[in-house]
Design a protein around this ligand. Sequence first.
Ligand SMILES: *Cc1c(COP(=O)(O)O)cnc(C)c1O
Length: 376
Amino acid sequence: MDADQLKRRVEHSPAFILDMPQVHCNLQPLQRIKDATGCRVLYSMKALPLGALLADLKDRVDGISVSSLFEARLANAVLGGQGGVHLTTPGLRPEEFAELGRLCSHISFNSLSQYRRLHELSVGYSKGLRVNPKLSFADDERYDPCRAHSKLGVDVAMLQTGLPAGIEGLHIHTVFGQTDFLAFQAVISKLKPFLRQQSGLKWLNLGGGYLYHRIAELGPIIETIRYLKAHVAEQVYLEPGKALVGNAGYLLTRVLDSFDSDGKTVLVLDSSVNHHPEIFEYQRRPLLVDEDKQGGQTAILAGSTCLAGDIFGEYRFHNLPAVGDKLMFADVGAYSLIKAQRFNGYALPALYLRRNDAFVLVKQDGYAEYSGQWLG
Ligand SMILES: *Cc1c(COP(=O)(O)O)cnc(C)c1O
């Protein structure tokens, strides 16, 4: 996306901009996998549950995967029965289960205990089980579903004597942000003996965690899905989240203040880690479109809250940005706005969609939303 054009045409700051042409572009490798294998693609809406996005995706994906009752309700409101709604969560509530069974086409139980206590509280949905292959790829166990004592899925070793009656599908989700299919192949080869033992599975959900647009060679996953459809289950689902929206999201911000602190320049922005808490949680430095890696000057970009660690990172510039200049972070479309909050009483970013050549203001957060949250 042309950063200068965006800065000129997006009025509000801070603003979150979702680039719809990029979302459509991100669907292309998934469409190729679908065409080659006949598998189905769901959007994992927790990455960015924006209604306008879901409505746009409705005719481009085979359904939505959800983690909760509210997500299931929102998915149904948008899909209106067109496409499946697939749920898995460690947090199923008994009092919600009857409604979930009506809203969801597929529910993958997270544990055998959860399955036993809840599966009969509703009818009409297809029952599955989330399986944990116990194969770790993340170096940070905070986002490793296969960590020791994991709460996510049934250890495959506990299923050697067979699946509970009525289970029609299996769900596997083990990785995050992968840019090749090595983990995918390792998981499938570890699970292959187990999967081959199951007869008559209707579906296999292979989860999310792969950045398809960054993987040039789709051959390995195509071959594996063909194998799985031939020998393991009638249907195979993929449910990417970040792969569809991550690189399509931008955060536009403005420099509010500039000063020296112990010999380094600090630029205070009108955004903060409030708007992308993972920057703080995982101490990741987001991509800044305006950075000049060869630039001779550096500045610390800091957020506007009272938190000392509310810092985006240190960046290089040819000329240091001045107070009033706009800056743009890229690759922030996933797991940002959905985790955003109003700590210190700062509003959420204004929300824009880019469609073709238009930048459309979708939503603006203001005092009404802040007071609505806290006045009671
Ligand atoms: C979060 C999640 C996804 C989507 O993951 P991405 O890394 O955003 O692709 C898919 N399935 C399950 C079960 C998840 O928890």
